[in-house]
Write a protein that binds this ligand. Structure first.
Ligand code: KG4
Ligand code: ZN
Length: 348
């Protein structure tokens, strides 16, 4: 069975290369996790520019891999299998990683595993907290996704319970940050501003929490519009915008709905473990409120450290290791990037 697995991630604006070791008992050990981000190149556009991201991946891929091997004290010839994000993500960005992975696979004569980025966000938690219980509930909150997933086996069986009907949670953070004239990406500066604000200052709406709304779906575009209207009205009155209170009240609305629906799903399905991952999982209020509500409901909460929550190569290497351990077949060298790969397809 392959032992050293290299993971390559390039679905958005992070070029990631991770190296893990798969042990006989199925445990997966992190050996290296190197990331090069092109976020600074996109900041002035207020969002990721696909063409700019693809070019940045092309430049960063080999140097990032070299850094990962140096960190792990390994050589290319030590690698037994390559895992790569096959989707979902930006088409051109994905293609850079998939092409690099095919080249490594062909040159080294080792198997290639095209895997799902979203499943990678869940699998990464095993690097920090050990094997996932079956079933567990995963809440994926990033710039592009907001999903509640039932995970029976991260290598082969993931079911979607609900997702956002409009904006992703991170997207809402980025849009509200722009309204408040805070930098991109908006999550970290809003989190920081909120620390000094009053979360009860403004009662922003909780999307999709009415009795007729789908139980596990989310909506954040109404919240974003409510913040915009509130800021406009204050400006019209000639008032100074209380950025810290707006940030805290917005953040409270997001954390409230996310944790309420996650705990509800865990209770409905009798699932005892909740994993929260993706960039927004780094949010201080989200993890604090999730901690409180999970404790009250007797649910175990697992949140990977922030560096593992945002996009990285270790998450792809970790998922690759679980796919290998499960005895799933390798991918053909003919695979392509699939920008809209569904979360139910863990490996292609
Ligand atoms: O998972 P990720 O790195 O990339 C995607 O796959 O999208 O997530 C990026 C998103 C951005 O929208 C960013 O604003 C948000 O995660 N984010 C945060 C925090 N740190 C990053 N949102 C809220 N609070 C944070 N501390
Ligand atoms: Zn992601």
């Amino acid at each position: 069975m392959p032992r050293i697995i290299m993971g390559i991630e390039s679905s958005c604006d992070e070029t990631g290369v991770g190296l893990v070791r798969l042990h006989d008992d199925g445990a997966v050990e992190l050996l290296a996790d190197e990331v090069a981000s092109s976020v600074a190149l996109h900041a002035r556009f207020g969002g990721v520019v696909p063409e700019v991201a693809s070019r940045a991946h092309l430049e960063a891929m080999v140097p990032t891999a070299e850094r990962a091997f140096a960190k792990a004290g390994l050589r290319l010839s030590d690698v037994d299998a390559i895992a790569v994000t096959a989707g979902p993500g930006l088409a051109g960005a994905l293609l850079v990683g998939v092409s690099a992975a095919k080249a490594y696979s062909a040159a080294l004569g080792i198997p290639l595993y095209g895997v799902n980025h979203l499943a990678g966000h869940i699998a990464v938690d095993t690097l920090q907290h050990g094997p996932l219980p079956s079933p567990c509930l995963a809440m994926l909150v990033s710039g592009g996704h907001t999903q509640l997933l039932r995970v029976d086996d991260v290598a082969s069986s993931i079911t979607e319970l609900g997702s956002t009907v409009d904006d992703a949670a991170g997207e809402a953070y980025d849009k509200v940050a722009r309204l408040l004239e805070l930098p991109y990406p908006g999550g970290p500066p809003i989190d920081k501003a909120a620390a000094n604000g009053d979360p009860k200052a403004i009662a922003f709406p909780r999307g999709m929490t009415g009795p007729r709304d789908a139980r596990y779906d989310f909506s954040f575009s109404g919240l974003k519009t409510a913040v915009a209207r509130w800021v406009e009205a204050a400006e019209r009155r000639g008032e100074k915008i209380p950025v810290e209170d707006v940030a805290a009240s917005f953040q409270e609305a997001v954390a409230d709905v996310l944790t309420m629906k996650a705990v509800r799903a865990a209770k409905d399905f009798g699932i005892g473990t909740l994993v929260i991952s993706g960039g927004v999982a780094a949010n201080s209020r989200l993890s604090a409120l999730a901690g409180e509500r999970c404790a009250a409901a007797g649910i175990e909460l697992r949140v990977p450290r922030p560096g593992l929550c945002t996009d990285n190569g270790a998450m792809i290497a970790a998922l690759g290791a679980h796919v290998v351990a499960a005895g799933r077949p390798p991918s053909s060298l003919e695979i392509s990037a699939n920008p809209s790969l569904p979360v139910t397809v863990v490996s292609v």
